[in-house]
Structure formats: C-alpha cells, structure tokens
Design a protein around this ligand. Sequence first.
Ligand code: AMP
Length: 116
Amino acid sequence: MSAETLFTRIINGEIPAEKIYEDDNCICIKDIAPKAPIHVLLIPRKAIPRLADATAEDKALLGQLMLTAGDIARQLGVDDAFRLIVNNGEAAGQTVFHLHLHILAGKGYSEANLGF
Ligand code: AMP
C-alpha cells in the first residue's frame, strides 16, 4: 500500500485536479467541494502532515506559502477580501494529512462575520 497522501498523488499527476498555479515548492488547485464561491487549496510539494509537524527547517517554505497565497488572491482578483484557513488535526476538521492552506473568498463569504 502506498503511503503517499492524496495531495502527493495530485502533485505527481496520478489523480486529476484543476490546477491554477504551480512552482518549484507548491501547487494550487480548486477544491473539489467548494465551501465558498472561490475555494482553492495551496499545497506544498513537501508532504508535511500537519502545520504542527513543521519544523524550523520549513521556515522559508511556510513564509513562501503565505506570500504565494497573496499572489494567488491577486491572480483571482480577491486580494481585497479573502480568508486563509489551515485545519490542524482531525478534531479541527483536517481530513487530508498533507499540509494545505484553504484560500476562500467571494460574495457572501468574505463579508461574513465569523466572530473573530
Ligand atoms: P481539510 O479538511 O482541511 O483536510 O481539507 C481537505 C480539502 O480537500 C477539503 O476541502 C476537500 O473538499 C478537498 N479535497 C478532497 N479531495 C480532493 C480532490 N481530489 N481534489 C481537490 N480537493 C479535494
């Protein structure tokens, strides 16, 4: 049995996905079950299971993901109003154990008051 994550299989082209961006460190795909008008996933090629598993070695990668999230929001025309979500751990709703940033935006979503 393969230990590869679903996202590693997408990165390797073994499973199709709608890719909107890629570079040497990460890819960005449309979420298959969008929770907002715009819902994409920014995924590092390195399979870090959870954000809490990242180490100092991943510092540059994590910084680059944040910068890339801004670039992608600009590319999608939502840089004035978008949200980033990282679910860490099963109890927090994480279902794919390969670090990813949810980028969510669009009418009826960005303006919603989440209470924090
Ligand atoms: P999380 O619950 O934070 O682990 O997020 C996993 C996300 O991956 C969910 O929003 C799913 O809808 C999404 N997802 C699952 N399978 C696929 C797939 N094959 N292609 C694109 N997105 C997927």
